[in-house]
Ligand binder design. Structure first.
Ligand SMILES: NC(=O)c1ccc[n+]([C@@H]2O[C@H](COP(=O)([O-])OP(=O)(O)OC[C@H]3O[C@@H](n4cnc5c(N)ncnc54)[C@H](OP(=O)(O)O)[C@@H]3O)[C@@H](O)[C@H]2O)c1
Length: 369
């Protein structure tokens, strides 16, 4: 019995020492750094780039993580502005999503080991930093055999897309769905997951300032598996309506934008269809024609991934979702959104680019030098 305890302790000790000898070393910036804020407000005013950040010793229930990459999502900016429903205690580190590599684990940690890739289990964890020490319970292990940018962007947008395609309508191969903001990170994931399930997608995007960039975007979204790509204006034209002579009307509409764009996609739903609002990029309210509710039995609902995660942490459904998404990635059915990788020290330029109209490129902060 004593021998067994001794060997467990030795193996845990070895696990703690392993990173010192590991060949899987990601060259991080010379000193631990973080993008932090001490008050809510405009990112350009409140964000600070901290260097030589103190990294505490790892307690028994904790894990030391070297962050590898973390995207900048619209919600991250809203959180810094203080207008998001989650307000992390200040001072806080920016970023909700990202992937890190476990460097060492405390003596009580049995389900993680050095070299594992982890993502935050909850919002507000603070991913825009090079190093973190936290309780193991704040992290979820994900496979480390998928591309880094796919891992860094897995937890929010593909999961949101997956749930919206699974939980609101019973969709079968050949069914149609319509979405606006189709070139957003979520929209790109919707196109690919829908294609993997044999669903037909109608993808609505904002018109571009010139024809060639619109054409490029259309080709990109069709390359991901999108069937139809159309502008918000095009959606109202009769020739577009004619596609429903050969295509079933959508059972599901996914609304990233709000305002007129939401009303337009809702109008194309079949009787009994559902519109799920998950974003409000236009900052305009959703207006629903009375007739759609009364005569067409359209359901109008909202979805928030954070809420789902709170209810489903560690559930089988959650594990199945992550495992299916990683399988899609390995099978080449799901790729990371179109992206640009930017060193964390250039975070402000990356935030500004995130707010540019017509970009379609997710900014991903990388933590290596
Ligand atoms: N509810 C949830 O659980 C959940 C989960 C993930 C994301 N979201 C939300 O979903 C939205 C998209 O997130 P993301 O990470 O996919 O974003 P993203 O990759 O940054 O894409 C932003 C999208 O919004 C469009 N857009 C920007 N300003 C607009 C405006 N004024 N009017 C119409 N469209 C506009 C952009 O189109 P252009 O290319 O034409 O500029 C682009 O398609 C955000 O509101 C985010 O907070 C919600």
């Amino acid at each position: 019995m004593a021998g067994a305890r001794l060997s467990v302790s030795v193996s845990r000790l070895l696990r703690r020492l392993e990173p010192l000898f590991s060949s899987r070393h990601y060259c991080s910036l010379a000193s631990p750094c973080a993008v932090s804020y001490s008050q809510y407000g405009e990112p350009s005013k409140v964000l600070r780039f901290l260097t030589d950040v103190d990294v505490p010793d790892v307690r028994d229930d904790q894990v030391s993580v070297r962050m590898l990459a973390a995207p900048i999502n619209p919600a991250d900016i809203n959180m810094i502005q203080g207008v998001y429903p989650i307000k992390p205690p200040l001072p806080a580190v920016g970023g909700n999503e990202g992937v890190g590599e476990v460097v060492s684990v405390g003596l009580q940690v049995s389900d993680l080991q050095p070299g594992d890739w982890v993502i935050p289990a909850d919002s507000g964890w603070g991913t825009w930093r090079t190093h973190a020490v936290c309780p193991a319970s704040e992290l979820r292990k994900i496979p480390n055999d998928i591309p880094l940018e796919a891992a860094a962007t897995l937890a929010v947008n593909p999961c949101t897309a997956y749930r919206m395609l699974s939980d609101f309508q019973h969709l079968q191969p050949g069914d149609t769905i319509v979405q606006n903001g189709a070139n957003s990170g979520v929209g790109q994931a919707v196109i690919q997951i829908a294609a993997a399930r044999g669903l037909v997608t109608i993808n609505v995007v904002r018109n571009r300032p010139d024809r060639s960039s619109y054409f490029e975007l259309e080709m990109y979204l069709k390359g991901l598996g999108g069937h139809y790509v159309i502008t918000e204006e095009g959606l109202r034209r009769q020739d577009f309506r004619d596609i429903f002579k050969r295509l079933p009307r959508p059972k599901l509409a996914l609304n990233c934008v709000g305002g007129k764009s939401a009303t337009e996609i809702l109008r194309h739903l079949e009787t009994g269809g559902t519109m799920v609002t998950y974003g409000g990029m236009s900052r305009q309210p959703v207006t629903v024609p009375t007739g759609s509710l009364i005569f067409q039995d359209i359901k109008v609902v909202g979805y928030w991934m954070t809420q789902w995660n709170k209810r489903q942490t560690d559930s089988q459904e959650s594990s199945e979702m992550l495992s299916t998404l990683c399988d899609y990635v390995r099978q080449g059915k799901l790729q990371a959104p179109s992206n640009v990788q930017v060193p964390i020290s250039d975070y402000m330029a990356a935030i500004n680019s995130t707010r540019d109209a017509f970009s379609t490129k997710k900014q991903i902060l990388t933590m290596s030098s």
